[in-house]
Design a protein around this ligand. Structure first.
Ligand code: 2P0
Length: 359
């Protein structure tokens, strides 16, 4: 699979603005471990979120010295750290978009969730950027004959920016990574699962409890690489494939008990991989464990099918069907809010994917 296209060079270099808004996603089956050029060691599955989004506008003009000059503004403020990160990303994709060296680029990015909320913004940010780049290509080179081709390339490019970003290109339930029984699944781009989804999952809720809003202690890239030497990795990759199959079946038949079991097993396995890497690390906080125990107690007492999952951090995502929204929010407000920083909870839900910004 290769998107290198040396012909994508402007004859007349344009100026313009293009923007996309793209959501974050929460993995149900976790991607943890990669090989080659951002290829996953196991397939993953996620829900695309609705509220937690990044809006990115690219303002481009002819380059002054045949080399793409990048400036990056986060919430309107210049950010050189991000500009350097994007510059590294652009050097990885210059053969895919050779026209980039003909442009000077200003990137204006803002998140709809608080920057300090500890929510990963790399998936939403990199997917929004990839969509904007493909849109420049679409506008000036007309190289996509279908929408499907456009989004597939955007997902491929987003993956090169950040693995999990390739899943944010699509709404609903999204797979990334070659998996048995999923037609068109690929290690190179995300794939929207549309069929065999019980309606209960279509408006699933995700209440995100912010336990710690600080910067990540360990970058995901380092965490992924540690899987290369983790003694349990081969077993983990087999387990992820199995869990994916079981989860797809639970989603098809609306089996909430099995859904809860696999989602929590995946979250705890992800963290156990971090705890057994060398060097090892622990990203859960005491409050994370307290909330998990409270959720287990509550589920046992009430039979409400609410479960938790975790990203590579201490914050808790509580997943539950729409019909239980009032009850779960009440439970959060009375019993769990005290474990969060400044009462921070984001009540999000499954969303329909990215959208172009009208400029
Ligand atoms: C996931 N995570 O599937 C897993 C579970 C976090 C926990 O993918 O190095 O930012 O940019 O490919 O995608 C976070 O890692 O890592 C992640 P890179 P990414 O969502």
């Amino acid at each position: 699979m290769n998107y290198e296209s040396p012909k994508l060079i402007f004859k007349n270099i344009p100026s313009g603005k293009i923007g996309w808004c793209s959501p974050s996603n929460i993995a149900l089956v976790k991607y943890w471990g990669k090989k080659g050029l951002q290829l996953p060691s196991n397939p993953s599955l996620s829900f695309t979120l609705n509220k937690s989004q990044t809006e990115t506008i690219i303002d481009f003009s002819p380059a002054e010295n045949n080399k793409c000059n990048i400036s990056f503004f986060l919430e309107g403020i210049p950010n050189t750290k991000f500009a350097e990160k994007i510059s590294g990303f652009f050097s990885r994709i210059i053969n895919i978009f050779p026209f980039l060296d003909q442009l000077d680029i200003k990137i204006y990015s803002k998140n709809t969730f608080p920057h300090s909320a500890g929510i990963a913004s790399s998936a939403s940010g990199m997917s929004a950027l990839a969509l904007a780049l493909c849109d420049i290509e679409n506008q000036y080179f007309e190289s996509f004959s279908t929408e499907k081709e456009f989004f597939r390339k955007a997902s491929y490019v987003a993956r090169l920016g950040s693995g999990s970003a390739c899943r944010s290109i699509y709404g609903g339930l999204v797979n990334w990574g070659k998996a048995e029984g999923i037609n068109n699944s690929s290690d190179y781009f995300g794939h929207e699962i549309r069929d065999n989804i019980n309606p209960v999952f279509e408006d699933f809720q995700d209440s995100i409890l912010i336990i710690d809003a600080g910067q990540k202690k360990v970058s995901s890239t380092i965490g992924h690489n540690l899987m290369k030497t983790n003694p349990f990795s081969s077993g983990r990759f087999i387990q992820a494939n199995k869990n994916l199959q079981s989860l797809l079946s639970a989603v098809k038949y609306g089996d909430l008990e099995e859904f809860v079991r696999i989602v929590e097993l995946e979250a705890l396995t992800l963290h156990s991989m971090m705890m057994t890497s060398s060097p090892y690390f622990l990203l859960m906080k005491p409050q994370t464990i307290s909330v998990i125990e409270k959720i287990w107690e509550y589920r046992k007492e009430t039979n409400v099918p609410v479960c938790f999952t975790l990203d590579a951090g201490p914050n808790i995502h509580m997943l539950y069907p729409y019909d239980y929204k009032e009850r779960v929010i009440d439970f959060i407000n009375t019993e769990l809010i005290k474990y969060t920083v400044n009462n921070s909870v984001i009540h999000d839900r499954v969303g329909s994917g990215p959208a172009k910004i009208a400029i």
